[in-house]
Design a binder for this molecule. Structure first.
Ligand code: ZN
Length: 451
């Protein structure tokens, strides 16, 4: 894999103004023009939209006079994308197949075997993940970092991406108090950080690997420190069975990993669905919930009555064959019920082996469009402003209204005959290029600015 785009600050004489004339310019909230132009100012303070829309409209902006200009007649321009759920510290593993006949156990064993433990190697894997994200048009991530370790989070903080690095916590039974104490000490040591860059948050892994006291404890920690929270929830039928009944394949797994104790039964086995099981914590803090593949009628209004956001990973859902077990994903019902739903890729492990080397939520959006006939504007919202909201970032950074913007992405659409830029983007777009990211520009913009 050699996807790493070269990004540099656009020279010492900042800020620079540059004009892009494209097949179309589109965001999820009303800017839509084909052909479309974008007038940007890039400098040490970041990237700013001066004007966006029809070329004639952009002509009227005084900044467009004499600005270097780039023609992109085969491309649609969008704001940078958000990947609200990924595991960048697993990037070194690369895409791997999943054989349901082999079972989840052997997949998990592979992850545990391949997971890195040495600081430099973890950082390198995250760096590769950052590069693949940028190659996929992603400028902000909700990343799950390691297990109680902070290297991956610090590496993300050193990268040009925005978002949250959620340090993952495992702790059931008697282990919960220790895990909480360590998490509090870790946050005191490194600080939650700047809401406009990368914050460090916490992620109890899932209700079957993190006990209720751990969930309640991180809610208190979040209230005290402002740390954002994430967890995997309602991912599988096995999880539902374990939370409802305290038995099944997940209990067998915990026993095999030697983390089972009967004290866990104080927490689970009372017949509650995973969403209901976690309800007290969902009401005590703001959560980002990964997956919620298993969302029966009773769980949906409960979910909608909390402040929780949901991140769906369509290709991961297919990879693990969730359709055959939990049925179709109810992301549309969630949106209709008022839940903020974003898209994520999950780890690179569950992405296809073929195709371009990138970790792209545009590819997730296309998957959902193909599978569920999703509306293109809704999808663009899910990978831009909905993702921003889920991560506590300013949604305006992912829109083309005049003002600061997190990044600009070009999607090549060839000679698509579609007249709707959103349909072009979702149905015919192939090549993705991040043109600008914060105060950095890629080679194409740098070339024009220096030329
Ligand atoms: Zn995950």
């Amino acid at each position: 894999m050699n996807p790493i785009p070269v990004f540099t600050t656009p020279g010492a004489r900042a800020p620079h103004t540059i004009r892009l004339d494209a097949r179309a310019v589109v965001d999820a909230h009303g800017v839509q023009a084909a052909p479309g132009s974008l007038l940007l100012r890039v400098g040490a303070a970041g990237c700013e939209v001066l004007a966006a829309g029809a070329p004639g409209l952009v002509d009227q902006h005084p900044g467009s006079v004499g600005a270097p200009q780039i023609d992109l007649p085969d491309s649609v321009l969008t704001p940078g994308h958000v990947n609200a759920h990924t595991h960048l510290d697993l990037t070194h593993i690369g895409p791997r197949g999943y054989d349901p006949a082999d079972g989840f156990d052997s997949w998990l064993a592979m992850i545990l075997r391949e997971r890195l433990h040495e600081e430099g190697a973890i950082r390198e894997s995250v760096r590769l993940g950052v590069a693949l994200s940028i190659a996929g048009g992603v400028v902000a991530v909700g990343d799950i970092a390691g297990v109680g370790r902070v290297e991956a989070a610090l590496e993300l903080r050193a990268s040009p991406l925005l978002g949250v690095s959620y340090v993952e916590l495992f702790g059931v039974g008697d282990r919960q108090a220790t895990v909480l104490r360590d998490a509090a000490a870790m946050l005191d040591r490194v600080g939650v950080g700047d809401a406009n860059r990368v914050r460090i948050g916490l992620s109890p892994h899932a209700p079957f690997t993190a006990g209720s006291r751990l969930y309640a404890g991180v809610c208190e920690l979040s209230a005290r420190t402002g740390a954002p929270l994430c967890t995997h929830l309602a991912e599988s039928v096995e999880e539902r069975r374990f939370i409802e009944q305290g038995d099944g394949p997940i209990r067998a797994l915990l026993e095999r990993f030697d983390v089972w104790s009967d004290a866990i039964l104080d927490d689970v086995g009372a017949g509650a669905h995973p969403v209901a099981h976690l309800e007290p914590s969902l009401r005590a803090a703001h959560w980002l919930l990964a997956h919620v593949n298993d969302c029966p009628d009773g769980a949906l209004p409960m979910l909608a009555s909390t402040a929780a956001d949901v991140v769906v990973c369509p290709r991961g859902w297919a990879y693990f064959g969730r359709g055959e077990t939990v049925g179709r994903h109810r992301w549309r019902d969630m949106l209709d019920a008022g839940v903020n739903v974003a898209l994520g890729t999950d780890s690179v492990v569950n992405l296809p082996r073929e195709g371009p080397a990138r970790i792209a939520t545009l590819d997730e959006a296309r998957c959902l469009r193909e599978r569920d006939g999703a509306d293109a504007r809704t999808l663009l919202r899910m990978i831009t402003t909905n993702g921003a909201r889920a991560l506590g970032l300013q949604p305006s950074l992912f829109m083309f209204d005049p003002g600061p913007i997190a990044g600009v992405v070009r999607v090549a659409v060839g000679d698509s005959s579609d007249s709707d830029p959103l349909a072009m983007l979702m149905d015919t777009g192939t090549e993705i290029e991040t043109l600008a990211l914060g105060s950095l520009v890629g080679e194409r913009l740098r070339g024009a600015l220096e030329g």
